[in-house]
Ligand binder design. Structure first.
Ligand SMILES: NC(=O)c1ccc[n+]([C@@H]2O[C@H](COP(=O)([O-])OP(=O)(O)OC[C@H]3O[C@@H](n4cnc5c(N)ncnc54)[C@H](OP(=O)(O)O)[C@@H]3O)[C@@H](O)[C@H]2O)c1
Length: 275
């Protein structure tokens, strides 16, 4: 039986991947941060194995390595899906440094620490790493600066690692969804509104229109079901020819096309999106 670990499996894409893969015969270790989410996961499918795993907590990661090692033995690990993520947005001029740091702690350093900790087991199993990036890992829109920066970093890490470990029979893929209907939008909306409450009023003088637009954009939870992402994750884990990058959704394709345009036109269109 093949074994995979998925971080951030309490909701959204991570949960969809966990259910998708367990239904296709994988042994799935599903990372969650709260016992209640662990209980909910096993209630939805008793085959799932929850791990209490905050990717910013070194003790949690070390305990997860011990648990998984004890379970898989010499077979090693076949997949690690670094999915856990948060989204911090706002004007670069005002976002508090600790918020920016938090964005990187979870989306970048968390994925890095998980990958490093599980590489020995992945080497044993000739496993694959699947990193959950975003179209924001290709195009940095205004007012999504910290989030886009974290996904650009994740893409860079993935490219470096893939070439470093390919000779050991391992592989790294990056998943780049556009907008998907998950709780991340609601969470980002409430966290961003709370953050704005603590920032100087002058921020609104300079950025009122785009910030209202930003809050409007992140308020809506729409988009395709996370299952379309889970199907691509399965491809990345199982295909004899896994891709380096999986763009998912029409908006992701449109975003990707933007990268081919001359800089002034890109900037004009990016500005227009917040008018
Ligand atoms: N939804 C989209 O439109 C979209 C598009 C492109 C890329 N993505 C990416 O997809 C991934 C999953 O997001 P989602 O949309 O499925 O959102 P989500 O439903 O909010 O899921 C995010 C998951 O990450 C977990 N998480 C947050 N901080 C963590 C930490 N420190 N340690 C471990 N887990 C942590 C959350 O756990 P808690 O429940 O405990 O907070 C949750 O399980 C993210 O990397 C996101 O950037 C999403």
């Amino acid at each position: 039986m093949k074994t995979v670990i998925i971080t951030g499996a309490s909701t959204g894409i991570g949960k969809a991947c966990a259910l998708w893969l367990v239904n296709r015969g994988w042994r799935v270790f599903a990372g969650v941060r709260k016992q209640a989410d662990a209980d909910a996961l096993t209630a939805s499918d008793a085959r799932l194995i929850p791990l209490i795993l905050d990717v910013t907590n070194a003790d949690h990661i070390a305990a997860a390595v011990q648990t998984v090692t004890a379970e898989v033995g010499a077979d090693g690990l076949h997949g690690l899906v670094n999915n856990a993520g948060i989204a911090v947005g706002g004007p670069m001029e005002y976002i508090p440094v600790d918020r920016f740091q938090w964005q990187f702690d979870v989306n970048v350093t968390g994925a890095f620490a998980m990958t490093q900790a599980f590489l020995p087991l992945l080497r044993q199993g000739k496993g694959r790493v699947v990193n959950m990036s975003s179209i924001s890992g290709r195009v940095a829109m205004p007012f999504f600066g910290p989030y886009a920066a974290s996904k650009f970093a994740l893409e860079a890490m993935s490219d470096s690692l893939r070439v470093e470990i390919a000779e050991f029979g391992m592989w790294v893929s990056v998943i780049e969804p556009g907008r998907i209907a998950t709780p991340i939008w609601e969470k980002a909306h409430s966290q961003t509104s709370n953050m704005f409450d603590g920032l100087p009023d002058e921020m609104w003088t300079y950025y009122e229109k785009p910030l209202k637009r930003l809050l409007g954009i992140i308020k809506q939870t729409h988009g395709p079901s996370p299952d379309i992402v889970a199907a691509k994750v399965e491809h990345a884990l199982t295909s004899p020819r896994p891709r380096r990058r999986y763009l998912i959704g029409k908006d992701a394709m449109a975003g990707y096309l933007l990268t081919w345009l001359p800089g002034p036109i890109r900037d004009y269109l990016a500005k227009g999106a917040f008018q």
